[in-house]
Design a protein around this ligand. Structure first.
Ligand SMILES: O=C(O)COP(=O)(O)O
Ligand SMILES: [Mg+2]
Length: 229
């Protein structure tokens, strides 16, 4: 049997990236002459990748972007965001200790994010976390991204895991839906960026802090998801 695989979302789950995402987004808003977005808008803007974030920010101010404007803004965002990493972004409290516990219990770890794979790798590199993960996949790694189940299935395959022995942890509807679509258990975290409470997406369990992420919980979720008989 393969090792148990614990798959993490990135923005709003592993790492609190909001201040840097908002700073780079507002840099782009400056370039295009639009008003800044407020920090509180993060819950509505993040989750579908940077392109969607920029599109939503422009619409928020009543300036729907043309495809050309969107791509120019996207390129400027990527440069600004990549150049300023890691900025203020940091792992959520208790994360590193939780990763240590899972690894000590023989579990494997992976990242499945809608960020571009290059940005995700660069950020995890700068925070010295890359070597922890058997696979890191982004919104542009496959033909589809979360909430499509194939983003998770592709991540499991890259990590050398199996569908019957994997769990997804995330902060947004895309993470929970992707887990449900891939038919693996979902753990919700309430400290990230979601415009609705994570429990409304029906994850199997919600943990309020990484202190609660114990190997026994993961094993139980995998066990409960197994078909009877
Ligand atoms: O950057 C985004 O919009 C989404 O990123 P996430 O999938 O890691 O939450
Ligand atoms: Mg997220």
């Amino acid at each position: 049997m393969t090792e148990t695989l614990v798959i993490f979302d990135l923005d709003g789950t592993l790492i609190d990236t909001a201040p840097d995402l908002i700073a780079s987004l507002n840099h782009v808003m400056d370039l295009s002459g639009h008003a800044h977005v407020a920090f509180e808008d993060i819950t509505w803007l993040v989750g579908q990748g940077a392109l969607a974030m920029i599109e939503r920010a422009w619409s928020l101010h009543g300036h729907p972007a043309s495809p050309e404007q969107l791509h120019t803004a996207f390129d400027a965002f990527l440069v600004h965001y990549a150049n300023n990493m890691p900025g203020q972004s940091q792992p959520y409290p208790g994360l590193v200790a939780a990763l240590d516990r899972l690894e000590a219990a023989g579990m494997q770890l992976a990242v499945c994010t809608n960020k571009t794979e290059a940005l995700a790798r660069r950020l995890l590199d700068r925070l010295d976390l890359t070597s922890r993960f058997a696979a890191i996949t982004g919104g542009d790694t496959f033909a589809v991204k979360k909430p499509h189940g194939d983003h998770i299935l592709g991540t499991i395959e890259k990590a050398g895991g199996s569908v019957g022995n994997a769990v997804m942890i995330g902060d947004s509807i895309n993470d929970i839906l992707a887990a449900q679509n891939a038919r693996i258990p979902a753990i919700g975290v309430p400290f990230g960026y979601s415009d609705k409470p994570v429990e409304t997406f029906n994850p199997d369990v919600v943990i309020s802090h990484f202190d609660k992420l114990e190997p026994a919980l993961i094993k139980q979720l995998v066990e409960d998801a197994r078909p009877v008989g």
